[in-house]
Design a protein around this ligand. Sequence first.
Ligand SMILES: C[S@@+](CC[C@H](N)C(=O)[O-])C[C@H]1O[C@@H](n2cnc3c(N)ncnc32)[C@H](O)[C@@H]1O
Length: 390
Amino acid sequence: MSSDQAWLGGCQCGGIRYVITAPPLTLYACHCTECQRQSSSAFGLSMPVPRSGFTVTQGNPQLWTRTADSGRVVRCAFCPDCGTRLYHLPTRNDAVVNVKPGTLDDTSWLRPVAHVWTSSAQPWVIIPPNVLRYERQPPDFEALYAAWGAWCERANEASPVADSIAGVRAGYDRWAAVYDHDANPLPALEAAHVRTAAGDVRGLSVLDFGCGTGRHTTWLAAAGATVTAIDFSKGMLAEARRKPGSANVRFLTHDLRAPLPFADAAFDLVVSGLVLEHLQDLSGPLAEVRRVLRRDGRAIVSEIHPAMLRSGSQARFTDPTTGEVVRPGSVPHQLRDFVVAASQAELVFEDLVEAAPDAAFAARYPRAAKYVGFPMLLVMCLRADDASRG
Ligand SMILES: C[S@@+](CC[C@H](N)C(=O)[O-])C[C@H]1O[C@@H](n2cnc3c(N)ncnc32)[C@H](O)[C@@H]1O
């Protein structure tokens, strides 16, 4: 779990949504009779996270207050419509919110590192041998925090580099060190087109969707936008953070295949440079782009031209240390795929630019010489047009 990852969740009816932007402190199962009653099950799960890293992004949870046998007061938040219990606010510790992690959108990674109040556990519950175990309340949470930290480290190390998306991430982690300096003609050709399409960004709230080393992040921030930049490659993000002006940018590690950790209509502009070739599904991510755009907000999405992919070209670099040609992995989308996915997301085309290098450009970027007059780049200028929603 990295310090800048984000996790989304919400209640059963979807009326209340939240985002967690700070790493959870631990995760444990509680077998006390109060948790059994509250969950109407055998035990409750609790995931303390720093309160500063927890935000309700939609809806208004109601609070119900309970006083424990110890005299401690706990404020319990639930959805007033569907009744789902979402989180607890312990008054003894203002810095923490105890999220009920069964309400996360992705629960596949949840592993309690401790079981507490086992004295009242249901007799058929089998507690794994390799977890901390307390008959009643733990004396403090230090051991639970340490066990969770150790588990997270092991889980991160075991991430499956073999699957294709991990290949994309690992490829960009390697590319990061030279990405800005390898005389790649495509980003060079793209830069001016995206800037022109974006126009005056002063005062705008902008999302850089797949920011990489911050090629667009940097000029957007310097031009007066408030920028949030997301990517899943830690290597690329580290390079972006090193750039001047990055202190004013909010960076998040996020997999673009997952729902975005932002409220509806949070941005005026989304910029996405050369990212979609790595995403199998275009509709889900573009629908998310549409959701986080305000009414009439715009998205400038650039991509290697499908004709390039058809002619056998794709994102690649030569690792200067090994000489190996690394291809992080591309999906051969066709022009139609982009158009259909954008339309399904209810994004309206304002313009569609197909750009080819000329001889002067090729003189500066020799790798472009064989593409003079050939469409290398696609730039889609899209608008979140509410009229299209009927
Ligand atoms: C060619 S780079 C472009 C970076 C930057 N937008 C630019 O124009 O210079 C593609 C970026 O997409 C990111 N990316 C690819 N698939 C992703 C995914 N599923 N989630 C998040 N980022 C992804 C990669 O990590 C990489 O930084």
